[in-house]
Design a protein around this ligand. Sequence first.
Ligand code: SAM
Length: 482
Amino acid sequence: MAIYNPESLSAEEFINHDEILETLQYAKANKNNIELIDSILEKARPKHYADGRIMHCPGLTHREASVLLACDIPEKIEEIYKLANEIKLSFYGNRIVMFAPLYLSNYCVNGCVYCPYHLKNKSIARKKLTQREIRDEVIALQDMGHKRLAIEAGEDPVHNPIEYILESIKTIYSVHHKNGDIRRVNVNIAATTVENYRKLKEAGIGTYILFQETYNKASYLELHPTGPKHDYDYHTEAMDRAMEGGIDDVGLGVLFGLEGYQYEFAGLLMHAEHLEAVHGVGPHTISVPRIKRADDIDPDSFENSLSDELFAKITACIRIAVPYTGMIISTRESEAVREKLLTLGISQISGASRTSVGGYTEDERPHDSEQFDVSDQRTLDEVVRWLMELEHIPSFCTACYREGRTGDRFMSLCKSGQILNCCHPNALMTLAEYLVDYATPETKRLGFDLIERELEKIPKEKIRRIAAENIERIKSSDKRDF
Ligand code: SAM
């Protein structure tokens, strides 16, 4: 029997290779075990009080979820998809949080074989934004309507030291805009020390995001042959250090396509179990990036590329296993894939992204410093309109963060099922701000029709009235940020 101790702080123990292999065997042996599959689905189904609030929704262990992932019975897969959507709607409603990545620097000393930033790539144009250029990028993003950013940088202690990242965060928060400032800066930078995580916390970051890339240690070492990222344990234990440094919200992810997906899936859920066991709060978000074509990188050279169907199934099974965790899909994926995944548990998407350093201030989408090809190249207005046509509410809300509702405090709000009285009205107000300040006439018309319908869903009469009054105030005045 493998040693598997989710409470351990050691990467080797909480991502236990033997336990993952046993899980894969167990899943394979039970993939047609309808009785077991039904009992797992039943366990995962949210139970509600008579008034609709959620009473119980425990999620699944990595073993249980792996059985669902292995199952290839078409009717059961349909049930999995239905349940994933039900869970998303129970906890997050039909809101979809909007954000954009902001690339600060593509200087990098690592040798990651799938990433165009790798040190030996001489064909990519290396760029690092100055604080002046960051201001310009932020203004361009604010002019589109964004309120939430995820900053991205390669790992380079000389070009991108922590002081540069901290100064950049300060710059972003200091750019005031007549329609409201950037209210939440999430950070996706390389694994670092507890002391640096503490500094990031003090700088007021939202979620600290770090993709594991792969949980398979042997593959990890081959895929990251050189540079500080080669240290698997240091990378894998980063979220423990981040939480020790006071960061409440951490975002996990693997880069699908590098390794076998079943292995990654089990590892990802074991990581979530570990965070819950040790820190009392699981991941705030899970991202599901897939490897893409990029300068010097051919995704077909990786053996584990995934079909869209399999990718959808993985997304649905993650949603069922960790019902409270936000799930993020980026513009790496096409409109069609994003549309499908929105019904399987995704709660956050990026819009109008540029993955090049300095890309938002250029008229044409630049390709010379891009991190990867962007499949969904629509404008933010087009993405917002498309979401609303599909009956989702694009949300620019950052209220939880501003009111200190992070980590377990956010999770308890989510678990209490108070979304309809709290997040729903906030989402509608921030959507109204977007519509008044930025939308094209057709998007605006569609949006206010949607808001009218959605206001009716707020259960508490008093909250419904306040939200409606605030929305009227947004329409008739410059007052923002309620
Ligand atoms: N330097 C930081 C780190 O090492 O985690 C930030 C990483 S990078 C700017 C953000 C993420 O992009 C990586 O973690 C990786 O998963 C993803 N990425 C790298 N190359 C990619 C590719 N060719 N296609 C899609 N995603 C890629």
